[in-house]
Design a protein around this ligand. Structure first.
Ligand SMILES: *Cc1c(COP(=O)(O)O)cnc(C)c1O
Length: 360
């Protein structure tokens, strides 16, 4: 293995090294067939098997019920901001949204193009440092769905449990899908851009309950209907073959690691190490309120922007990369997705303790 730095990037994020090695071989010569993976026809039996295996592993790992479709789409998670209301909301219908950050806000903006949007909760006035408890908002009985972002990548907040409301849930799980067990049957639709917890950029995984496929209006363009892709097993047009393949290899890695419950345990341990060092001194301040803390993105500040810049510079110099916070909140952020190794977290924790001692 070459010398690798620890990549704390929020996305695209670090991938298991074994997956990069597999991909490096298969790109050149897929299963010794004398043809590279990315040259294969998407309709070849070789690639169809890759796509099927990827879907089956996602189904197995997440425990997806049989009445749900798994789709591989393009256009990023951001295209789901409009595809969800375009397919599921009519002009005279209402949907409920929780405004817990930039990604939620962008989805709210798009939903308003299609129907009536009720923002039932917002933490915008406190720089999105928390997510709501169930008793802090209501969902109107005639609301078509409750939309929320399970993990707010930028602010390092995460719903500790899924909302328990009389409403069909729709979730953007881009930055914490497969990081902990989720009861899919509570959801109408789940989507995630792959590049944080599932693989490289280029594919968005959509999990949709089958009965919702028929809600779409005839006027919606063919490519933007979930139904189109569901009926053709995501092969209506050329899918993002390489990204689907990589997601499959990451799913295989996750299964070998013990699956979602096992990775959740590791994720909790990794996050606890970081929050411990943050809480142990006045020098570091976590951005999120404790009850809303994310296991995937740990956002924190130092006493001054100058110290933050110095921290990031010195960390980068010792192979701790990608720690700069999002421009909207500043500070630092350690993204520790499923594939991020525990040793990297330990190295950062030691670095943080030393840095605080020297500069505090
Ligand atoms: C990164 C991210 C997105 C945007 O994903 P794209 O694939 O770049 O469109 C949306 N939602 C969440 C929660 C994210 O973390």
């Amino acid at each position: 293995m070459p010398e690798r730095i620890y990549n704390f990037s929020p996305g695209p994020g670090t991938l298991p090294y074994s997956v990069l090695q597999e991909a490096a071989v298969d790109i050149v010569n897929f299963k010794d067939k004398g043809i590279g993976l990315i040259e294969l026809s998407h309709r070849s039996k070789e690639f169809m098997a890759v796509a099927e295996e990827t879907e089956n592993l996602i189904r197995e790992l997440m425990g997806i019920p049989a009445n749900y479709k798994v789709l591989f789409l393009q256009g990023g998670a951001s295209s789901q901001f409009f595809m969800v209301p375009m397919n599921l909301l009519k002009a005279d219908q209402k949907a409920t949204y929780l405004n817990t950050g930039v990604w939620a806000k962008k989805a709210i903006k798009e939903a308003k193009l299609f129907g009536q949007v009720e923002v039932a909760y917002s933490s915008e006035d406190i720089t999105f440092k928390r997510v709501p408890r169930d008793d802090e908002y209501t969902v109107a009985p005639d609301s078509q769905y409750l939309y929320f972002v399970t993990n707010n990548t930028i602010y390092g907040t995460q719903f500790p449990t899924m909302p328990n409301k009389e409403a069909m849930l729709i979730a953007d799980m881009s930055s914490d899908i497969l990081s902990r067990p989720v009861d899919v049957s509570k959801f109408g639709l789940i989507f995630a851009g792959a590049q944080k917890n599932m693989g490289p950029a280029g594919v968005t995984v959509v999990i949709i309950r089958e009965d919702l496929l028929d809600r779409v209006d005839d006027k919606v363009p063919t490519m933007l209907k979930y139904k189109t892709h569901a009926e053709k097993d995501s092969m209506f047009n050329t899918p993002p073959c390489f990204s689907i393949y990589c997601v499959g290899r990451v799913m295989n890695w996750l299964k070998q690691t013990g699956g979602v419950a096992a990775i959740e345990k590791l994720n909790r341990e990794k996050a606890a190490l970081l929050y411990e060092v943050i809480d142990s001194t006045e020098f570091y301040r976590g951005h999120a309120e404790k009850e809303s803390r994310s296991l995937m993105n740990v956002a924190f500040n130092l006493p001054t922007p100058e110290l933050e810049a110095q921290f990031i510079r010195e960390a980068t110099a010792v192979g701790l990369d990608g720690l700069k916070g999002h421009r909207s909140v500043g500070g630092c952020r350690a993204s520790i997705y499923n594939a991020f190794p525990r040793e990297g977290v330990e190295k950062l924790v030691t670095f943080m303790a030393d840095f605080a001692k020297k500069n505090g």
